[in-house]
Design a protein around this ligand. Sequence first.
Ligand SMILES: [Zn+2]
Ligand SMILES: [Zn+2]
Length: 207
Amino acid sequence: MALQICPNCQQQDFTWSFDEENIPPTSWHCSNCGYTACEDESFERLCATCNIKSESRLADDKKIYWWCSTCNTITIISKIPNYRYPTRAAIDFLAAEFNYRNEPHMQDWEYEVASAEDLDKYFAVYSRVNDDDIRFTLMMMIIEVLGTNDETNKDWLRAKQLLIENFSLHEYTVFYWCIFDNEHIEDCFYITPLMRKLWQEQAEKHP
Ligand SMILES: [Zn+2]
Ligand SMILES: [Zn+2]
C-alpha cells in the first residue's frame, strides 16, 4: 500500500486502514509522528489546486478538513469545539421553572420539553439567571424551537445577539446545528444556514 505524505509532519509515512466496527470505518495513521485522522468516504472531490479528484474529508479531534493526497493541500472546513452537555442541576432548575416533565429516562430532555409557546419565557429567564450551565441548556431549547431560516426574524436576531455575546459558552451548540458532515443543506435543520453563517463569522474571532 502506497504511503502518503502525513498532513501533520510532512513525512511519507501516512497510510489508511479499514475497520467496519468503527464509524467511520476508514482511518489514517502516521507511523512517524503518530498522527491519526478518520475519513468520511462518502465525500471525495476534485482538488482545486492540482485538478485531480483526490481530496478526501478527514477529521481529527480538533478539526474537519479537506486533504488532497496528490498535492497535499489542506483546506480547513471547521475546527471542532470542546463538547459540552446540559448538567443535571441545570435541567432540574429549568424543569421546575417551567413546570416541565423531568424523568430520568428522558434522553434529550432539553429537546423533548422545549415548546415554541414558551420562547419569550426562555429569553426572560436567560437574561435573569447568572449561571452558565443554565444559560447553555436554555440556549439549546431556544434554538430548538426557533424554526426559521429568515435572517431578519426577530427571535433569531435576539438569539443571535446572545450567541455572539457569549460565543465560547455556546460554541459547541452552534457547531452542532451547522451539521458540517452534510454538504446537502436541504437535508439539514431549518436553522442550519443561519448557524453556518454565524459560525463562519465568529469562529474566526475565537480561534
Ligand atoms: Zn506524521
Ligand atoms: Zn491536489
